[in-house]
Design a protein around this ligand. Structure first.
Ligand SMILES: [Zn+2]
Length: 354
C-alpha cells in the first residue's frame, strides 16, 4: 500500500469509527427538555449576574453562589440538575439543584435541604453550598438530594444592598417583609391558652402560603414527597424536629430523634443536639412554620437546624451590627461542620434509617 492508499485506509477507518461511535447521548440518558431548559436558564442567569467585589469576602453573595455552581451544572449534567422552584416577588428565580448519580435510576430515598428562608441568616447558605460541593465530588448512594441555597432571594438581595451601602438594617422577611416561616399552613392556630396570655408572640402571616417563596417550596414538597428535609437557620446550635406549633410529641418522635442523633454524630466538636422545637422553652411556640408544614402535610421527616451559636463577638463591637448577630466573621468551620451533619443524614437515609 502506497502513501495515498494508507491515508485513505486511515481516513476510512476513522470515518467508520466516527459513524459507529455514538454522536449524541442515547434517549435513555438524555435529560428531558424541561431539564435542558432549566440548565441553560441557570447558566444564562449565572452568566448575566457575575460576581462583584463586596464587603463580606468570607461569604458568598448570591452571584458568588451561582458562579461556584455553574461549572458543575455546565459539565456534569448527569450528576447535578439546576431547576427553578418558582419566582420571587421581584421575579428572581429560586434555584434548586438536584444531585443524582449519573446513569442510575431514581434513588429509593429523597432528601431536601434549603437555606436562607430568613434574610439575614447566611451561614445556612454557606453550609448548603459546602454540602452541595461535597455531594458533587462524592455523590450519595441510595439518596437523591435536592439543595436550595437561597429560598428567599428578595430578602437576600435587600441585605446585600444594605451591606454594599453600609446600612445596618434588621431584616427577616421577603420583599413584602412577610416572615416566610410564619406563612405555612400547618399549626397556624396557637393553642388558645397561650394566645390569650401573650398574643403578640404567636403571630402568623395573613393567609397560609400567601407568598411566592412558600408556595414554591410547598409545590416542590408536594411533587417530590421527600423522605426527609432540613431547613437551615441561624443561630442557636440545635437540631429541632416537630412539632413547633404544639407542645404534644410527634407520633414518631423516636424516629425523628434517632435521625437527629445521626446528624449530631456527623458534626465536628460542639455538635448540635436534637430536640423538639416547641420544647425549646415553656412559652415558645412557632405557628405556621416550615417544620410542621412538611411533616404534617407530607409526612416528611423535617428538621430545623439553628446553625452556629451566634456570630456575636462582644469584644469587637459586633452587638451593634445585625448582620454579625447571625453571621460570624469566618463562616467556613461552621459550614464544614453542618455539611458533615447533612452528609451523615444522607448516609443514614441511604442505610434505610428513618
Ligand atoms: Zn431563621
Amino acid at each position: 500500500m502506497g502513501y495515498v492508499g494508507a491515508m485513505v485506509h486511515l481516513l476510512s477507518a476513522a470515518l467508520a469509527f466516527a459513524l459507529d461511535a455514538p454522536t449524541a447521548p442515547t434517549a435513555a440518558i438524555l435529560p428531558p427538555p424541561q431539564v435542558l431548559t432549566a440548565r441553560t436558564g441557570f447558566l444564562a442567569w449565572a452568566a448575566t449576574h457575575p460576581p462583584e467585589p463586596h464587603p463580606e469576602p468570607a461569604y458568598h453573595f448570591a452571584e458568588d453562589v451561582w458562579a461556584a455552581l455553574a461549572p458543575a451544572v455546565a459539565t456534569m449534567p448527569g450528576r447535578v440538575q439546576a431547576f427553578e422552584l418558582g419566582r420571587s416577588t421581584i421575579d428572581q428565580p429560586i434555584w434548586g439543584f438536584e444531585v443524582h448519580e449519573a446513569g442510575q435510576p431514581p434513588a429509593p430515598r429523597k432528601l431536601l435541604v434549603f437555606a436562607n428562608i430568613h434574610a439575614l441568616e447566611w451561614v445556612p447558605t454557606e453550609a448548603a453550598l459546602a454540602f452541595l460541593q461535597d455531594l458533587l465530588a462524592d455523590p450519595p448512594e441510595g439518596v437523591d438530594v435536592t439543595v436550595v441555597p437561597i429560598l428567599n432571594p428578595d430578602g437576600r438581595y435587600k441585605v446585600e444592598d444594605d451591606l454594599r451601602a453600609g446600612r445596618n438594617v434588621y431584616r427577616r422577611g421577603n420583599w413584602a417583609n412577610v416572615d416566610l416561616n410564619r406563612d405555612f399552613a400547618v399549626n397556624r392556630e396557637a393553642e388558645a391558652v397561650w394566645k390569650a396570655v401573650i398574643p403578640g408572640r404567636y403571630t402568623t402571616s395573613p393567609e397560609p402560603l400567601s407568598q411566592p417563596e412558600t408556595r414554591a417550596l410547598d409545590a416542590l414538597a408536594a411533587a417530590e414527597r421527600f423522605d426527609a428535609a432540613v431547613s437551615l437557620h441561624a443561630f442557636g446550635g440545635f437540631i429541632y424536629y416537630p412539632w413547633a406549633g404544639r407542645w404534644k410529641r410527634a407520633e414518631d418522635w423516636h424516629e425523628l430523634h434517632t435521625l437527629g442523633l445521626a446528624m449530631q454524630a456527623g458534626m465536628d466538636a460542639h455538635a448540635y443536639r436534637p430536640r423538639q422545637l416547641s420544647r425549646w422553652g415553656f412559652f415558645f411556640r412557632g405557628q405556621g412554620m416550615e417544620l410542621d408544614h412538611l411533616y404534617g402535610r407530607y409526612g416528611t421527616r423535617a428538621f430545623l437546624v439553628e446553625t452556629t451559636r451566634s456570630g456575636l463577638n462582644p469584644f469587637r463591637g459586633d452587638l451593634r451590627t445585625y448582620f454579625r448577630w447571625y453571621n460570624p466573621r469566618d463562616p467556613a468551620p461552621h459550614a464544614r461542620s453542618v455539611a458533615g451533619m447533612l452528609r451523615a443524614l444522607t448516609t443514614a437515609l441511604g442505610d434505610g434509617l428513618g
